[in-house]
Design a protein around this ligand. Structure first.
Ligand SMILES: C[S@@+](CC[C@H](N)C(=O)[O-])C[C@H]1O[C@@H](n2cnc3c(N)ncnc32)[C@H](O)[C@@H]1O
Length: 269
């Protein structure tokens, strides 16, 4: 795929899916798209764009492909261990009604993992847990508390699974007690406004395909959305190279604490 073909696809995707590929790394997107267009029956970029414009099924497939909803409960168990042993108890000590956000929540496994943990650490806590994602279908599934395939539920400790999960013919569901503790909404992290006052923001395995510029803008917005002393929890394979620029101190692998306001920077958000 050449540059002008990619430009045509990005314009078509923007028009029909309201998704701005300008925020994604072009080389990776071109590589991924080149493999994908044949899967919806197109042989070149023009045919692919025509299908996006005319076929709702193809639009849905493109959306799913772009957003990759892979998730699981307690993903990166050693980081969740630290969350349970240290980070969450510290947050709960300071605020018995913590405000928590799973940004790019997919089906909600991450947010519900935290809801289960809080219930274990401090039963009856009235935490305000919010999840958000670009993908409307996935948000409906998150709010329904399932179904989750067995593979996504495999890391849930047996004691929590027995207590908070139910197995149905189409997969695993969180029970109504845990479901009532998290709410999910549609939101584009790259273009929409962020809420504020969070004690904990989790944005894990979401920014892998974002450009450096987009990641920079996002880190600034996450910092602004956190309370002073709040924590940003990122993916196990991710890192923030210049945390101080955003007012963060690296506390442990994948955990950054907001210790000051972001430095003023001339870079674009
Ligand atoms: C790989 S999943 C990660 C889910 C979860 N955070 C985890 O680590 O298990 C990435 C999610 O980010 C969402 N996403 C991608 N770009 C987004 C954007 N611009 N705004 C909001 N969500 C986005 C996708 O729809 C997808 O559900």
């Amino acid at each position: 795929m050449n540059e002008s073909e990619y430009k045509k696809i990005t314009a078509t995707v923007k028009k029909h899916l309201n998704l701005d590929l300008e925020f994604y790394k072009p080389n990776q997107m071109i590589r991924r798209l080149s493999g994908f267009i044949g899967r919806v029956g197109a042989t070149n970029a023009d045919e692919f764009c025509a299908l996006i414009a005319t076929d709702a099924d193809v639009r849905e497939k493109v959306m799913n492909f772009m957003t990759i909803n892979v998730t699981e409960f307690f993903r990166d168990t050693r980081h969740f261990d630290l969350l349970r042993s240290t980070v969450l108890p510290g947050i709960l000590k300071k605020n018995p009604r913590p405000k928590i956000w799973s940004a790019g929540s997919s089906r909600g496994a991450e947010a519900y993992s935290v809801a289960m943990m809080i219930e274990e650490i401090a039963p009856g806590t009235k935490a305000n847990i919010i999840g958000s994602d670009l993908d409307a279908n996935i948000i409906a599934q998150a709010n329904a508390g399932g179904p989750y395939p067995t593979a996504e539920a495999k890391n849930i400790p047996a004691s929590l699974r027995n207590r908070y999960m139910e197995e149905k013919p189409d997969g695993w569901y969180v029970n109504s007690e845990i479901r009532s503790k998290a709410k999910f909404k549609e939101q584009n992290l790259l273009t929409d406004r962020f809420d504020g006052g969070f004690d904990l923001v989790m944005c894990r395995n979401v920014v892998i395909y974002f450009s450096d510029e987009a990641k920079h803008g996002l880190n600034k917005k996450f910092s602004a959305s956190l309370k002073s002393d709040g924590v940003l929890f990122i993916g196990g394979t991710e890192t923030i190279l210049n945390p101080k620029e955003f007012g963060f101190e690296r506390e442990a692998a994948a955990f950054y604490r907001k210790t000051s306001s972001p430095a003023v920077s001339s870079r674009a958000a």
